[in-house]
Design a protein around this ligand. Structure first.
Ligand code: TEU
Ligand code: CA
Length: 557
């Protein structure tokens, strides 16, 4: 079945760091409005706005205190509605971030609960201590420490899988599920068609809470038994009635089987899913805070496993390298020193021509890299600040921890967009909430727009290709040259009646001394004569650094 959104490309904006219009050093909606023509030039179809409802900002908006209000840092409801109108006049839809697994402890529901209101205590996971006074289970918060916080006045613990100020909601309560549907419907009535659901596969908690003696507890609360039931109900009671709805679920530590279920072809739950397995291939024993080199074969096997698995089930997935929680891909999997431009383009081609919906994280389209902050005073992210202390307590040296943060901290993705090389990079007129790394200055939007061979125009080309060739939006995928230890290659095939299209995508992932003659490789694969090269970085086709080539067999008459 065709999916209306298979040709779409979604651009993720972290509002705090995109563009500041009123000189307070914090990005805002008026700032985004001022850059909509830039995004229209790129050619994207939808803007995913990271969490922007009223929040104490302990986790930069993923701690919501009011789902019906825009956080004043970003502007007013009028500013939001103007953003929607201005985006729509450019053919761009808006996707909002629905943080439904937990609320801020400053939310009125939690405040009522903590003041003794039993109905609202049932909105959360409040549980009595064990007989020995210990927490209901030994689970860890993903931001470090226990996942339970004791409230002496109530003699109860509450669950927080993330920060202590982010209390998990009890989706087993019908009233909670109704509240969530009401929130989606409120924003749909304002013309919002897109919804990203934050860690939505964590909402089905177990009936009983037991200790995890082999892990941090995630195996007990991840992909719980009622996730699909809750998603179907939310679909029926809110976005499922909207023919233009586009929904994506962030799936934490999930499985391919579960994602096939959540994003199946009947679309009774979500349109598509984010999964993160391909972004753990440089973790040593699955630990984000222990650096390991990119395991390229593992990256290929995971991406192709998911591509083939979702294809086989006719389910749909998001395609992404970066987001606001991940280090920047050109620094992580590319080469932001000698081959920034080539590797950024190569990574974009590898991803954008696969089967699924591509997401571009703000700044990725101009090759922004990690911040590499070398002092803890530059960091803002609660997860990074917590782990700075935790890793020190574990005996890691400060220089080692800063090296790890420099590579892995979520703040790497949250530095302000560099629009030009002026004092505050065209982001603001004063010092931003988080530093703009010095070496970033020469990587800016203005320079990209002036360079016809820039990373920006390569992304623009990829977006145009997706809208031009059905083989990209709808075609089947199969791996090629899987055993090759530096080429990432695959084939796409599409047929409609008498029309066929075949696309071969070859990417040299490493800027090593390996001289890869794509020409030679291609002739091994295909009969060159009938093929049209529609884009490549290097006309001679034989490259020894990071580049890519893609070919398309034209429509057969
Ligand atoms: O992230 C889910 C999540 O697990 C993150 O903690 C992320 O995977 C991890 O930091 C990578 O090391 C979502 C949001 O995207 C994130 O910004 C929020 O902090 C988190 O949920 C809690 O709402
Ligand atoms: Ca501002």
């Amino acid at each position: 079945m065709n999916r209306s959104y298979s040709q779409k490309v979604i651009y993720q904006i972290y509002p705090k760091s995109f563009c500041d219009s009123n000189g307070d050093g914090i990005g805002d909606f008026q700032g985004i409005i001022s850059k909509l023509d830039y995004l229209a030039t790129l050619g994207i179809d939808c803007i995913w706005l990271n969490a922007c409802f009223e929040s104490p900002q302990r986790d930069n908006g993923y701690d919501v205190s009011d789902y019906y209000k825009i956080d004043p840092d970003f502007g007013t409801m009028d500013d939001f509605e103007l953003l929607c109108i201005e985006a729509k006049t450019r053919g761009i839809d808006i996707m909002l971030d629905m943080v439904f697994n937990h609320t801020s402890t400053e939310h009125e529901w939690f405040q009522k609960a903590i003041n003794g209101d039993k109905d609202y205590q049932n909105y959360y996971l409040f549980l009595p201590p064990n007989k020995d006074g210990s927490a209901p289970s030994n689970w860890h918060s993903k931001f470090g420490g226990s996942a339970w916080e004791f409230v002496p006045d109530l003699n109860l613990y509450y669950l927080h899988l993330f920060d202590v100020t982010q209390a998990d909601l009890n989706w087993n309560q019908t009233s909670v599920r109704q509240e969530m549907a009401n929130i989606v419907n409120f924003w749909q009535q304002k013309g919002v068609n897109g919804f990203r659901f934050d860690v939505i596969n964590l909402i089905s908690k177990p009936e009983t809470f037991e200790n995890d003696d082999i892990g941090d507890g995630r195996r007990f609360y991840t992909d719980g038994p009622k996730v699909s039931e809750y998603l179907r109900e939310l679909n029926l009671n809110s976005f499922g009635k909207n023919p233009n709805a586009l929904t994506v679920g962030e799936m934490s530590s999930t499985t391919l089987e579960k994602c096939v279920q959540y994003a199946n072809s009947s679309q009774d739950q979500l349109s598509m899913v984010f999964n993160f397995h391909h972004l753990k291939v440089d973790y040593a024993n699955n630990n984000k805070w222990i650096l390991a080199d990119l395991d390229f074969k593992l990256l290929k096997s995971i991406l192709f496993e998911w591509q083939l698995g979702m294809q086989h089930a006719n389910a749909w997935m998001a395609l992404f390298w970066c987001n606001h929680d991940q280090p920047r891909v050109v620094s992580r999997f590319g080469n932001d020193k000698e081959y920034r431009k080539q590797s950024a383009k190569m990574l974009a081609t590898t991803l954008h021509l696969m089967r699924g919906t591509p997401y571009i994280y703000q700044g990725e389209e101009i090759g922004m890299g990690n911040a590499y902050f070398d002092d803890i005073s530059y960091y803002r992210d609660v997860e990074s600040l917590n782990y700075f202390d935790i890793l020190k307590q574990q005996g890691r040296s400060e220089s080692d921890i800063l090296a790890v943060l420099g590579a892995r901290s979520r703040d790497n993705a949250r530095t302000p967009i560099v629009w030009d090389n002026s004092l505050f990079s065209g982001f603001s007129t004063q010092q931003p909430w988080i530093d703009i790394p010095n070496e970033a200055k020469f990587i800016n939007v203005e320079a990209n727009l002036q360079d016809k061979d820039s990373i920006f125009y390569h992304y623009q080309t990829l977006i145009k290709l997706r809208k031009t060739y059905p083989v990209i939006a709808e075609g089947a995928i199969k791996p090629l040259m899987f055993e090759h230890d530096s080429i990432f290659a695959y084939q796409r095939d599409w047929t409609q009646g008498q029309k066929t299209q075949t696309l071969i995508v070859l990417n040299n992932f490493f800027s090593t001394e390996i001289t890869v003659d794509l020409n030679e490789l291609l002739t091994q694969l295909i009969d060159f004569s009938s093929w049209k090269i529609i884009t490549n970085n290097y006309p001679d086709l034989s490259v020894n650094d990071q580049s890519n080539t893609l070919l398309l067999q034209p429509y057969q008459s």
